[in-house]
Design a protein around this ligand. Structure first.
Ligand SMILES: Nc1ncnc2c1ncn2[C@@H]1O[C@H](COP(=O)(O)OP(=O)(O)OP(=O)(O)O)[C@@H](O)[C@H]1O
Length: 858
């Protein structure tokens, strides 16, 4: 057996080999040692007595899926090796072979929590002139292909797709392979395929670019080789170019928290969280895809908006559609399972039920007084025939197993009905025989029973044993309190019944497979329907979100890049705040204003304002309505951000390096049609370097790029640039001080901020009073010097020679926090007072004295 094991293992050196032995899958040797540790299995040894016992660990075959999932989710591959013949019938060694290689990119998780996630396998080929890239979600069969100029662009696409595995044909240099490793992307070698494969020619049929073709060929080849099963659901690859969509790097997507919160990595707190009111997993996945690729085409956006508008206007239509959508299962993934041949009768019924939900959806759309809805309905084929075929064949509550009968309705097949009759007649004969025998023998509790070992038997309790007619009955088994017998007649009928039973389950399975194959013919139609339902689901979701949150339909113009948002809100922040407490703000970036230089205290809402603009742009360009009273927008081609201080752990760069890399990306690639958000650029380094860089970057964006820029800064000195840069405007977020306390207005106002209130914010955060006092003093001295732009040596002096004394009048903060000598004395007295020595009256007297003293103080 170990010889056979090694022979197979040799072909899959980089995978855990799950080797089927009886009811277990066994891991051997290194796989066992490593697997036992990861999966928390008991490590045992084979041939323990030998000099070198073989390490071994096993999992029961019924529970194998969860072990495979765990390994693959951790980035490993698993080769499932099955017994290919019945061990009882095998001569010599049982034949075994790999039936499937499960890899991170081909894992199909059925967990409900992952229903709205796509798992992409990506294939990259490096050609002389470019990189071809193709990716597919195996569970749905969709394939996309593109070509890219640089490996940086490839990396960005891999990260944006959140791909877990890439099949790569070229040689990776150390940096790139390090990058993939850190990004937790498994790199797999392409497989060599011989001969022609229909799946490949079908998948590449619409492509013209040769790099894309090669990438698709490599992708499908890898799928065929690893899956070793029918992939009839693979679709023709769709070619795309990243420049057809609003481009954002993966860091921009992460920064803007489009699909996951930056803090938690979870959906909650992301834009997807706000927008996703979809009722089907397909709808959820499609919405994510739209968020990943916002559109540039005003015409296409117009079509999406029309649908959202229609569903917003027609409340009852929408309600009816939504009600029906709730009964629709994951058509796309069901279709995948039909292709694999792994679909069971229950799932076919799910398909039929989903299809049954379509006619009510169409009826609702057709009834609505709206052309867009009616036209959309007209394009949908509800595939009534498929639903009928399934429901007329499969019983209402079929078992999960497809091999043990009980699946097919009666009346479907006359042969099956005959077998069933035979079984029923046989059973009827048995009851009659029981009655007859009771009468004949006078044994009232005589019973006919069945077990797998002896088949049908007659059971008589010990007390009646003497009445048994031993001339006809043959004893078969003795129990403690009864005897079991058979008769030739009984055996004859048993044969008839059992034969009918086996034949009927075999026939049922045959009929089931026939049905499955028949449904398989509709895979393309089912996929199309799935896509239409998914889109409708997203439109309903957009309409609902727009209605609940008072969004407006944005308008687009292409003749200029002016931005006019009236009373805009941040879609996520406003959700987590009390209703009505979010302060709306306008964004007006017209022809003579490209850059807003935003100042204002920390915590006042600068970042929120900037993100709000970017999110409104993204929402608009996926076809959603936006959180504003009105929005007149250009089409943005790219969004760049430099927000927050998150280190880019994947590329292992320092905070400041990341800051500069992101800034550089914008400076190099932004166009007049781009949106750039820079939050506190330059703060990651020494003040002067930072300020100088920030100033130069603003100027470059102004003079050379001409993009629409929101630039938030704490360097007040930069506000002077308004005098020299004609397309730059200062704005600030308002704040006021009341009784020494800072009040945030969250309102965007023209002009620069007059004060920065940094120390006030620190006070809000509860920093030690000593720190706050010191900071206040330092600030006063800096301000007294006129400008913080003095030579660095002065500043050093300032810090080193700072005197320790403090006076009550130095600042408001200090006045608030400093105790007078008298107050200190009183406190001392209180702490030293030994209460046991005092009568209550004496204590009252003391308190009265203190009160008098304090009054004198004030
Ligand atoms: N328009 C608004 N209406 C109501 N609350 C707001 C508004 N904008 C921001 N806030 C609140 O203020 C908080 C701080 O906002 P934000 O992070 O944008 O401040 P900031 O000025 O960028 O601060 P820092 O300079 O420290 O980064 C937000 O989390 C939110 O709770």
């Amino acid at each position: 057996m170990m010889e056979q094991y090694h022979e197979i293992k040799k072909q899959y050196p980089d995978a855990f080999l799950f080797y089927r032995v009886g009811d277990f899958y066994e891991l051997f040797e290194d796989d066992a040692v490593k697997g036992a540790q990861i999966l928390e299995l008991t490590l045992t040894h084979r041939s323990n007595k030998a000099e070198n016992p073989v390490p071994m660990a096993g999992v029961p075959h019924v529970a194998v899926q969860s072990y495979v999932d765990t390994l693959v989710e951790k980035g490993y591959k698993v080769a499932l090796c099955e017994q290919l013949e019945d061990p009882k019938k095998a001569k010599g060694m049982v034949k075994r072979g790999i039936i499937q290689l499960v890899t991170p990119g081909t894992l199909m998780n059925d967990k409900p929590s992952e229903a709205k996630e796509s798992n992409y396998l990506t294939s990259v080929v490096s050609t002389k002139s470019c990189f071809g890239l193709a990716y597919s979600d195996l569970s749905t069969g969709e394939i996309y292909a593109t070509h890219l100029k640089s490996f940086a662009a490839v990396s960005n696409e891999l990260l944006s797709l959140r791909t877990r595995e890439v099949v790569f044909n070229g040689h990776l240099n150390e940096r790139d392979s390090d990058f993939l490793h850190k990004a937790n992307i498994t790199v797999s070698e392409p497989v060599e395929l011989t001969g022609k494969h229909a799946e490949i020619s079908f998948a590449e049929q619409n492509l013209t670019n040769s790099a894309e073709k090669s990438a698709v060929k490599q992708l499908v080849g890898y799928l065929l080789q690893t899956q070793r099963r029918s992939l009839a659901h693979l679709q023709a690859a769709q070619s795309y170019e990243v420049s057809q969509y609003l481009q954002m790097s993966h860091t921009v997507r992460d920064n803007l928290e489009l699909t996951a919160s930056a803090k938690t990595g979870k959906k909650m707190g992301s834009l997807f969280w706000v927008l996703d009111k979809t009722h089907t997993a397909m709808g959820g996945r499609l919405l994510k895809q739209w968020l990943a690729r916002p559109l540039l085409s005003v015409a296409k956006l117009g079509q999406r908006q029309e649908m959202v508008q229609a569903l917003l206007d027609e409340y009852f239509t929408r309600e009816n559609i939504v009600d029906a959508l709730k009964g629709v299962y994951d058509l796309e993934r069901l279709t995948g399972r039909i292709a694999f041949g792994s679909v069971n009768a229950r799932e076919l019924l799910q398909l039929a039920h989903s299809l049954a939900a379509v006619p009510p959806i169409l009826a609702a759309m057709q009834k609505a007084d709206n052309k867009n809805l009616q036209n959309f309905a007209q394009e949908i084929d509800p595939l009534r025939g498929v639903a009928k075929l399934i429901t007329s064949t499969i019983v209402d509550q079929p078992p999960v197993l497809t091999t043990e009968g009980g699946l097919i309705k009666s009346g479907v097949d006359s042969q099956l009905d005959r077998y069933r009759d035979a079984m029923n007649n046989g059973k009827k004969w048995l009851t009659e025989m029981e009655q007859e025998e009771r009468a004949k023998t006078g044994i009232d509790n005589l019973k006919v029973g069945y077990n797998k070992v002896f088949g049908y038997y007659i059971q008589v309790t010990n007390s009646n044993k003497n009445k048994v007619p031993l001339d006809r009955y043959q004893r078969k088994q003795t129990l403690t309190n009864a005897e079991r017998y058979i008769t030739p007649e009984l055996k004859e009928h048993e044969n008839l019944i059992l034969e009918a039973q086996t034949k009927s389950t075999d026939l049922e399975y045959e009929l089931f497979v026939k049905l499955r194959d028949e449904v398989k013919k509709y895979i393309p139609a089912l996929q199309k329907l799935g896509g239409q339902i998914a889109a409708l689901d997203v439109f309903c979701s957009f309409a609902q979100v727009a209605e609940e949150n008072n969004y407006c339909r944005p308008e687009f113009h292409t003749d200029n890049q002016d931005v006019k948002v009236v009373a805009g809100r941040h879609p996520v922040v406003e959700q987590v705040m009390k209703a009505g407490s979010y302060i709306p703000n306008d964004v007006k970036l017209t022809e003579d204003t490209d850059i807003f230089l935003i100042t204002g205290p920390n915590m006042s809402g600068k970042s929120t304002y900037m993100r709000q603009m970017a999110l409104i742009a993204v929402m608009a360009q996926i076809g959603s309505f936006v959180p504003a009273d009105s929005a007149d927008l250009p089409i943005f081609d790219q969004i760049f951000t430099r927000i927050g201080a998150a280190d880019d752990l994947i590329s292992g760069q320092s905070t400041f390096m990341v800051e500069m890399t992101e800034a550089n990306d914008a400076l190099q690639h932004a166009t007049k049609r781009s949106l750039v958000l820079f939050d506190e650029i330059g703060r990651g380094t020494a003040t002067y370097d930072g300020m100088a860089l920030a100033g130069a970057i603003v100027q470059y964006l102004h003079d050379e790029v001409g993009a629409k820029v929101l630039f938030a800064t704490h360097f007040h000195e930069l506000t002077a640039m308004e005098h020299t840069l004609s397309h730059l405007k200062n704005i600030h977020v308002g704040a006021t001080e009341e009784n020494g306390k800072l009040i945030f207005l969250h309102k965007i106002l023209p002009g620069p901020a007059d004060q920065s209130y940094g120390i006030h914010v620190a006070q809000l955060a509860g920093l030690p009073k000593k720190v706050l006092r010191k900071a206040t003093k330092l600030l006063k001295r800096l301000e007294a010097q006129g400008s913080s732009l003095g030579p660095a040596s002065t500043q050093l002096d300032l810090f080193s020679n700072e005197p320790e004394e403090s006076s009550a009048s130095e600042s408001e903060l200090e006045a608030e926090n400093e105790l007078t000598a008298k107050e200190k004395d009183i406190l001392d007295e209180i702490s030293n007072l030994y209460l046991a020595d005092q009568t209550p009256l004496q204590v009252m007297q003391l308190v009265e004295n203190w009160q008098e003293d304090l009054k004198d103080e004030n």
